[in-house]
Design a protein. Sequence first.
Length: 402
Amino acid sequence: MKKRLMLLILLFFTILTGCGSEESQADGKVELTFFSDKSENIDILQEIVNDFEDEYPDISIDLQSPPEAQTVLRTQLVRDNIPDVMALGGNAVFGEFAEGDVFADVTDEEFMKDIQPVYLDMLRLLVDENSTRDFGIPYVTNANGVVYNKKIFNKLNLEIPETWSEFIEILETAKKEGIKPIEFTLNDAWTALSIWNPIGGILVDDDFHIQKEEGTASFQEDYREVSKKMLELLDYGEGDIFGTDYDTGNANFVNNDALFYFQGNWAIPDMLTNDSDADLGFFALPASEDVSENQLVSGVDVLLSIGRDTDHKKEALLFVEYLMRPEVNQKYIDDQFAFSSIDGVLQENEIFEDVQPYFDEERLTSFPDHFYPIGFSPENTIQDFLINKNTDDFLKKMDSEW
């Protein structure tokens, strides 16, 4: 809380002193700073920027995507150097900055009408549970579920499971056939979240983080079933599941090493780099026995925000409007194997055909860890739990570290 208060104070004084880019080139062009906190999308963003500059030759875009981007952005904020346009992740960091009055209010902009409401709600909840205003524009979304090997899946004559017991039955079938049921990559602690999120996202209330702050919820009370199911899944890994890292797991999986792999759409490009002909599919993990409760865990991977006091509000809005064009958004999601927040813009790659109905019907729920407070990084604690298998100690530690 002290860190949060200090940041808000610093941001308050930043706003008082006025901010925004004053860049204007000698040739009369307006220069906008465009800050991205992701490195893996830099090539497609630069391509889009180039296209924009071709269409609007009077505007120049300075795309910035430095290492340790969030730390760099914090430094810029306290130095009164807020970028004109930002592409950020939809997590607690965005919520904190929005509370600090860093971003322009875009609620009434025309392009907001085309965004799926579920993603607007996710971003509002990050700012305040009662917020009705928008300071972030959902641009690109992601999903966490189960990647599957279609070749093995079809050979075993399997069908996409709709309940947890059906999923476990498939794991048993693979095991009996001598096929590794699940590829685990738990040498990299963060990959444990790719199991934690799709189970917790279904079995635990979306507003758990609010209830936790109010003292009406706890990991010890609410995450016991999640913990139990994670341990159950470990029975279906083979070999050194804590010695295999993410990169090795991606390579193993496309080499027909296993049937299932807990990951998100973000892993697909790397897997296809290892084998461009890999026959992959992707489905939502059915963590509940109640089919109606099983949704796809999805979140805002990239949001767009405009600096509140940019000196080039007109040009910044023009750039954002360009980014929100369906054909431009389509170009981005096709390149990144991602999903769109814009109505009518579809991810048509057949890898994702099993999850498209969830988007069509808005059967979506959010990533639990997107709402965890800044400084609370549970991946190492979850990894330790999966190694030691002491549920009580694990859940107590999660509560105490919150």
